[in-house]
Design a protein around this ligand. Sequence first.
Ligand code: PGA
Length: 249
Amino acid sequence: MRKPLITGNWKMNGSAGLVETFGRAFAEIELPSPVDVVIHPPFPYLDAARRAFSDTPLGLGAQTLNPLSSGARTGEVSGQMLGEFGVEYVLVGHSERRQLFQESDEQVYERVVAALQAGISPILCVGETLEERDAGHSEEVVLRQVGYVMARLEPSQRRQMTLAYEPVWAIGTGRTATPEQAQQMMAAIRAYQAGFDRELAESLRLLYGGSMSADNARALLAQQDIDGGLIGGASLKVDDFIAICQSAG
Ligand code: PGA
């Protein structure tokens, strides 16, 4: 049985006040069933979030990391540094990083390895663009992104991974993949994984991301191969985010 994971990607949004709001709200609620919940605030809020979330079920995530552990990389942050702040998860390969910061599959792989070396669980994000979907290449694109990383990891490293399928056309657009479209891709990812590691394929958590909201979360999370959500916009509204967490039960 895979434990659901609901994870909130604040991107370059939020404030110190929002960190406090989440800390207070999650200190008071009971989540209905076993579910892991994580917030990925911007770097400057990590330490405040660690303190604000200490008496809550909220775990701490980061949004990216540099592949090196230290060095002359102005503006960058290493996995080792994130580990010092209690970061448990890190997003790698988000489509905004791939598109706006030109991160290649190779750089994504290097970041995954750096996170694993720092003891942080990577959430590997994959997804096709609208053009790729319309051209009928969705599965090929997504499985290439998954395979580029997963096929090169040791079995023990693969067990630390979470995958997030986020169709690029669904991110921040209000246009969610239908539960059937999302399930179809998740099943393809799990089947691909089973091709070289059957045991892992059963335990691997697969998240859906892309305009997931309090309204559509339940139908998406009810799908057999969807084990959670990577939430952008709706993770900035505490009531909506709590509602999504509650529908993961
Ligand atoms: P969204 O973002 O929920 O606002 O579509 C998801 C993401 O980018 O991770």
